[in-house]
Design a binder for this molecule. Structure first.
Ligand code: SF4
Length: 602
């Protein structure tokens, strides 16, 4: 089954805690065969925040499964027990903001909507599904799957609540989580942006990165405001994450960071959402085209490359969304575009492209040049190699530990701080080596975070808070003090998800059991489905190597994941997982031990 075949199902599942007051419990997982997969489409999932999942719960549903294809544009309307398929002839072709406004006017402000834009209608391979201003399921290309079904939107209104089994216990676990994490783990202390902060999802009050800003209005983008998130950084501020160095094959390579447009960058961000394109594609295309220009290539397929002109970007994005001119091939994403046209050197396209993502989206679009230190770099590479979805949301937990010492602007690195962090690593991962440069313990860290990501997604929680690997503090000074005081002052509570779940549902499932066999079973099931249906194996895992295998950069940041070392790390990971070392496929014994032996998976 291909991603655009009517038989392909697209499934929306609200997490188990969604709709309750559990911190950040607003996320819905979307899964399907992903158009963006390369070289072949592959099953993947991504999650979307906001208020739609909670509304689905209030209407009485945990999941909805959509299969088939309507004969003409339609939308699904769910109002408690009433479900209908409505004509969307008047909405087809409209942007996501106008579509939502019309549907809200037709029904009510309380109706929550997921919607696609022209990019999804035209099956752009990186078309997103959008909710509100810019909550997005962006990286699998699922907007195109909805478009292929002639499905413009799903509108939901529910009037029931979600029952809490033990309210007092639940409120205590909620309060404990907020107390430990303060404004989420993405920052130390409060985010002082100077702009009004907003929480992006149901159940969240922290407003980590998310802010509301006015757009300039110079580029029609369907909305006067923008919810600013990390993905907007390069459009607004530009990015210092350029790359200048030498590839492992000895080629000189210069890739500038994307240009920034200040407030006009907000308009471009809104335009991307309004068209229903994943906002990350801005980074991919700007770095690839910028790299070409460094090589003296100033036009592409007859089009001038004017990266610094926001109006040029506006026109290009519209061409992509409507598949006009050069936009038709660019709508196929960079790996396919490069295979067809071969413009510029292959090593550059591989460095920038989302090729390493295969079937799942690539949150690192064009970001190989970032300055992540070891061991985060090796961990990130391994997680991308072996996972079935965009893994950046799964990397954050380890990043929040690494971020305490591995970066130039981290708290000062003293022996006391290193001692605390190593003790914390031992408590969370089982070894002090987990936070030391190198990859000696990285297979264990990776397995742990894979399981924790499954738990987080299954409950509908956000990776900027869960898993709570450490406490947060109100200021950098307080954080340094806590780090100096020792592990008890910085350890968070990695079992808090189980406490929330038990208080909410009354089901006593401990965190150990959630990790294994439950999350382990899900990891193996997803892996096995990709093996059986799409030929996933060790060879496809190793596709990430060109993206991660680069020598010393001129800014001195060491990027490791040297190929032979990385292959040895893969060997160790497969062995730990009970997967065949030669093929990367789960062994029959492993599947049997997880109760998956009867399912004819492989
Ligand atoms: S922590 Fe940040 S990203 Fe997560 S739900 Fe809250 S506002 Fe959104």
């Amino acid at each position: 089954t291909g991603p655009f075949d009517p038989e392909n199902r697209i499934i929306f599942s609200a997490g188990a805690l969604v709709g309750t007051g559990a911190p950040t419990a607003g996320r819905t997982t979307v899964s399907s065969i992903a158009p963006r997969g390369f070289p072949e489409p592959m099953w993947t999932s991504s999650s979307i925040g906001g208020y739609w999942g909670a509304e689905l719960k209030y209407a009485g549903y945990d999941s909805i499964v959509i299969q088939g294809r309507a004969s003409s544009p339609c939308y699904v309307l769910i109002e408690d027990d009433r479900v209908s398929i409505e004509d969307a002839g008047d909405l087809w072709g409209q942007g996501v903001h106008a579509t939502q406004q019309q549907l809200k006017t037709r029904y009510s402000d309380q109706h929550q909507i997921v919607v696609i834009g022209p990019a999804g209608e035209n099956r752009v391979r990186y078309a997103s599904i959008i909710h509100r201003l810019s909550n997005a399921s962006g990286n699998g290309g699922f907007g195109g799957v909805m478009g292929s079904k002639n499905l413009k939107a799903i509108v939901v209104r529910g009037t029931r609540g979600v029952k809490i089994a033990h309210p007092q216990e639940f409120l205590q676990a909620v309060a404990d989580t907020w107390e430990m994490t303060k404004g989420g783990l993405g920052h130390i202390g409060k985010v002082e942006s100077g702009y009004p902060n907003v929480a992006c999802s149901h159940g969240c009050s922290v407003a980590c990165y998310t802010r509301i800003l006015k757009t300039s209005g110079q580029i029609a983008s369907g909305a006067p405001m923008r919810m600013l998130k990390c993905v907007n950084g390069s459009m607004v501020r530009g990015s210092h994450h350029g790359y200048q160095g030498v590839s492992t094959s000895g080629d000189n390579l210069t890739i500038p960071g994307p240009p920034g447009f200040n407030e006009l960058g907000l308009d471009i961000g809104n335009l991307l959402d309004d068209l229903g394109l994943t906002a990350w594609c801005f980074d991919t295309w700007s770095r690839y085209l910028g790299g070409l220009r460094e090589l003296g290539i100033r036009t592409i397929l007859g089009e001038p490359i004017n990266l610094e002109d926001p109006l040029w970007w506006r026109d290009l994005l519209i061409k992509i969304a409507y598949r006009e001119g050069i936009g038709d091939d660019m709508a196929e994403d960079l790996p396919r575009f490069y295979e067809k046209h071969g413009i510029g050197p292959r090593y550059m396209a591989e460095f920038v492209a989302s090729k390493g993502s295969r079937g799942h989206g690539w949150h690192r679009d064009g970001r190989a040049m970032e300055r992540h230190p070891s061991p985060f770099w090796e961990y990130s590479a391994l997680l991308y190699a072996v996972s079935t979805r965009d893994v950046t949301p799964s990397t954050h937990g380890f990043f929040f530990l690494n971020g305490l010492y591995g970066y130039p602007d981290a708290p000062k690195r003293t022996p006391e701080i290193l001692e605390s962090l190593q003790a914390l690593a031992e408590k969370v991962y089982g070894s002090r080596e987990a936070v030391l440069p190198g990859d000696t313990y990285i297979e264990y860290v990776t397995r742990w975070h894979q399981h924790r990501a499954i738990i987080k997604d299954s409950l509908g929680l956000c990776d900027f808070v869960f898993p709570v690997v450490r406490r947060n503090q109100d200021s950098r000074e307080a954080m340094e003090e806590a780090l100096n005081a020792g592990v008890d002052e910085i350890y968070g509570d990695t079992a808090i998800e189980a406490k929330l779940f038990k208080a909410c549902t009354g089901l006593d499932i401990g965190i150990d059991q959630m990790e294994s066999p439950i999350a382990e079973r899900i990891v193996n099931l997803e892996r096995s489905l990709d093996v059986r249906n799409f030929g996933r194996n060790r060879e496809s895992d190793e596709v990430v190597i060109p993206h991660y295998q680069w020598g010393e950069k001129t800014d001195g940041t060491h990027l490791s994941a040297e190929a032979s070392e990385f292959r040895a790390l893969l060997d160790r990971f497969y062995t730990l997982r009970g997967w065949d070392k030669e093929t990367g496929i789960p062994t029959p014994e492993k599947l049997q031990s997880l109760g998956l032996g009867e399912e004819r998976l492989i």
